[in-house]
Ligand binder design. Sequence first.
Ligand SMILES: [Ca+2]
Ligand SMILES: [Ca+2]
Ligand SMILES: [Ca+2]
Ligand SMILES: [Ca+2]
Length: 168
Amino acid sequence: MICLSARSKIVPNGVKITITLSQNSTNPVDVFSFDADQQSFNGLVPVWFLSASNLANAVSNQITWIDTSAGQGTNRFYATGDAQIDDDQDGLADAHEMFMHKTSHNFFDTDFDSISDYWEVHNMGFNPMDASDGWAGSDNDGLRNAAELWFGTDINNPDSDGDGILDN
Ligand SMILES: [Ca+2]
Ligand SMILES: [Ca+2]
Ligand SMILES: [Ca+2]
Ligand SMILES: [Ca+2]
């Protein structure tokens, strides 16, 4: 695990985030934020937003970024994460899984519906924490959505190749 530490400071045009990396890391960094209604911190429970991505670690081991969208009167929390570490190699960085998708960074298919977390999030618009979308058959051709992906057929077309025979 790469060690990161960050501190924030209010500057005239927003909030300046200064991230310090461990000496041996050259990986880019993502910044996540969460706006709380009250001044309470709910940790990883809420969905955090990706505020900045792939901030480059240039010469020193410090990265700075200014959040110009930080408004007065909001309680905005920040977190930083390594943009490349991906323990389960599903294509989603550990930090994205933890802060944004709430999926496991140890299982590439957190809900066990046979569709990887990455594919659910980026290609399908499915819920990576709910297996019912992968198991469903959207077009009633007798094939579950996960099987259609496996065979390369269309989940929304019962006869993907138009040969008059259903995909199953
Ligand atoms: Ca992952
Ligand atoms: Ca899945
Ligand atoms: Ca799913
Ligand atoms: Ca189909």
